[in-house]
Design a protein around this ligand. Structure first.
Ligand SMILES: [Zn+2]
Length: 134
């Protein structure tokens, strides 16, 4: 039985300073609770933006490219290039990696839709641009 009369746990009041998690601040501070990572509210707010910036930037560039893809399909379609080659699509600014979920056209073919235009990709067949506005 350990009967220590005085609980001297308070003596272990060592310095618990940590660095502010905001890279541009990095001030040493003593967190009031274990979950605290930033020295102040301003840093916490900036930290949130810092952590989410790459994702937002990615989303923005994805949306921009999605619009470019739609514009590229429209351009080729307007030029009468309904069956463009991969190279022609790329020259028109099309990026194959940027696409929405594959859907089916009204005649049951698989297509990637970009607003009013769709690119139909079928095995062993040339690409086809489909204008699906009624
Ligand atoms: Zn800070």
């Amino acid at each position: 039985m350990d009967a220590s009369p005085n609980n001297n746990s308070k003596e272990i009041q060592k310095s618990t300073k940590i660095k502010c998690a905001l890279s541009t601040c990095a001030t040493d501070f003593e967190p009031t609770n274990s979950k605290k990572r930033y020295c102040c509210d301003a840093c916490r707010f900036r930290g949130y933006k810092e952590r989410h910036a790459p994702k937002l930037k990615f989303l923005k560039s994805w949306q921009d490219q999605f619009k470019l893809n739609a514009a590229g399909l429209k351009k080729l379609f307007d030029l009468g290039e309904e069956h463009p080659t991969q190279k022609e699509l790329i020259i028109a600014g099309f990026d194959f990696s940027v696409r929405d979920q594959q859907r089916k056209t009204s005649d049951g073919r698989k297509a990637f839709i970009y607003f009013d235009y769709a690119l139909i990709i079928e095995e062993n067949k040339p690409y086809q641009i489909y204008h699906h506005k009624p």
